[in-house]
Write a protein that binds this ligand. Structure first.
Ligand code: MG
Length: 120
């Protein structure tokens, strides 16, 4: 299955990642903030989450931790996480690396697709 949730506060990134992945045949949903992403994660399981790190309010690391908890309760498995980030505090980046893979912005579309294919 290829259900992907994309979380980013930057609408341009959200839109471009969404478009690229839809073109590859994945079923995508987008969220502009942590709360929206967590709500979507509570409604349906995803096979992969792509998340920004720096966002106003809850950051991507915190959002992913909450989503992981939800997925764990619902589907009893770890969902792969790919972070896409520009600048992030080193401490946040290290936390992100413990949860999943980190791709730095500006990112290469081919690299993103390759990374997603590794998991799905
Ligand atoms: Mg951001």
């Amino acid at each position: 299955m290829g259900r992907i949730l994309i979380l980013d506060d930057d609408p341009l990134v959200l839109q471009s990642v969404d478009r690229v992945l839809k073109k590859q045949g994945y079923l995508t949903q987008v969220a502009r903030n942590a709360q929206e992403a967590i709500e979507k994660a509570a409604q349906e399981p995803f096979d992969l989450v792509i998340s920004d790190i720096r966002m106003p309010g809850k950051n991507g690391v915190e959002a992913v931790r909450e989503m992981r908890k939800l997925f764990d309760e619902k589907v009893k498995k770890d969902i792969p996480i790919v972070f896409i980030t520009g600048y992030a505090e080193m401490s946040d980046q290290l936390k992100a690396e413990q949860l999943g893979e980190v791709i730095l912005k500006p990112f290469d579309v081919a690299r993103l697709i390759m990374t997603v294919r590794e998991y799905l």
